[in-house]
Design a protein around this ligand. Structure first.
Ligand SMILES: *Cc1c(COP(=O)(O)O)cnc(C)c1O
Length: 398
């Protein structure tokens, strides 16, 4: 093993830094936000409904509830099903912490199911092995943007009767066997954080086909307060009257953000097309290199990727992931790692989770690196990344 930091030598592939992700904001986005700022509504205004309707059209869901972020969306989803102490929620360790934290907010226990070796998504067989009489929900994450194995998860749902929540923070625009993500789970959650495919700066949503869950989600977005007389316990005192009938935080989003998300959604087909082209080019280039392993597609997934994750193949390489990361940085390409297995975090350690729980996820964590993938990348940027990866993996090939 060569000493840290690794550098494949010569002049850097780029002289200007390229980061793993960057938002794309055009004049239409700016005008959309500006128009709201000049209007009467800054928070719950007409763009919330407009954006929710657009989300339903894009995802095939009956209802969409726009909210402040995906963490809030996941919290609303578990509040809506009354998750509580004694309940278990199964999820993957290779995701952002919010996918599991939503169980902890409710006093329930997250249970981690290992990943599939080829797709790096949660493995349905591992979900089944984790099921107990206490299992109330499964939060499946479309890791990197590719759909989870919907058929297998829906078959398990039928067999065991859990609530299926899909954390689709990465996968807006993706479809599975011809149907868009958003039309499979009981509730599907979205993120509009700045690095995600569609952004509002911050933002999130819960999608559902269920009238009952939809009514609950509307309450849970805003303090558990209703202005609908049909949901009230007492007779209204007057036009100002409202009632708090449940306990919930304020998870509303501003009209400025809704207008921005709405404007961004108009560009989703263009974002999807460009990302698919970049991914195809990356796959073609990287599948030729023995030093790395390319993520395999879930059968049936037509994927709009949020992340392009490359896995090194230690059997053919004299450097580790950290050294690969450093070598990429020396070429002025700033990568990232998605994700640290959730149960490695001290907060989870204190709750009794230990290493060794999900060996495949842990092995993946040791070997993976997120390389740049975003709409605004130029063809030259893409070739620079390929050049740098090829240069490093060839230099350190054994
Ligand atoms: C980004 C992300 C979240 C959190 O989304 P926020 O909108 O930032 O709260 C949750 N889950 C996954 C898989 C994510 O990538």
């Amino acid at each position: 093993m060569k000493e840290l930091p690794a550098f494949a030598g010569g002049t850097p592939v780029r002289n200007k830094k390229l980061y793993y992700s960057h938002q794309y904001i055009d004049e239409a986005d700016i005008r959309a936000v500006e128009e709201v700022l000049r209007s009467d509504y800054l928070t719950t205004g007409p763009h919330i409904t407009e954006c929710e309707e657009k989300l339903c059209r894009v995802t095939g869901a009956k209802h969409a509830v726009l909210c402040s972020n995906d963490t809030a969306a996941l919290h609303m989803a578990v509040m809506a099903i009354g998750l509580g102490p004694g309940d278990e929620l199964i999820t993957t360790p290779i995701t952002f912490a919010a996918s599991a934290n939503c169980a902890l907010y409710m006093g329930a226990r997250p249970v981690f199911a290992d990943i599939d070796e080829a797709t790096w998504n949660i493995d349905p067989a591992c979900i089944e092995a984790c099921i107990t009489p206490r299992t109330k929900a499964v939060v499946a994450v479309d890791y990197g943007g590719q759909s989870v194995n919907q058929d297998a998860i829906l078959a398990l749902k039928k067999k065991y009767g859990f609530v299926y929540i899909e954390d689709a923070a990465h996968s807006i625009g993706t479809s599975y066997k011809g149907k868009p993500v958003g039309s499979f789970a009981d509730m599907t959650t979205l993120s509009f954080h700045a690095v995600k495919t569609i952004t509002g700066g911050e933002g999130g949503a819960v999608l559902t086909d269920s009238e009952e869950l939809y009514e609950k989600l509307l309450l849970l977005r805003t303090h558990g307060i209703t202005r609908n007389p049909a949901q009230m316990v007492h007779q209204p005192d007057g036009p100002w009257y409202y009632e708090q009938v449940a306990l919930a935080p304020n998870y509303r989003i501003t009209d400025m953000q809704a207008a921005l998300i709405s404007s961004q959604l108009d560009k989703l087909p263009a974002f999807a097309e460009r990302k698919k082209k970049i991914v195809a080019r990356y796959n073609e280039a990287f599948s030729k290199l023995p030093g790395c392993i390319v993520q395999q597609e879930t059968a049936g997934s037509d994927t709009v990727r949020h992340l392009y994750v490359l896995r090194i193949n230690p059997a053919h390489l004299s450097i580790n992931r950290r050294q690969f990361f450093d070598a990429m940085e020396a070429e002025n390409i700033v990568c990232n790692v998605h994700y640290i297995p959730i149960y490695y975090f001290p907060y989870y350690e204190k709750l009794g989770y230990q290493k060794g729980l999900c060996p495949k996820a842990e092995q993946l964590y040791e070997e993976m690196l997120t390389i740049p993938l975003f709409y605004a990348m130029t063809d030259q940027d893409v070739e620079d990344v390929i050049h740098a990866v090829t240069k490093i993996l060839t230099y350190y090939e054994t």
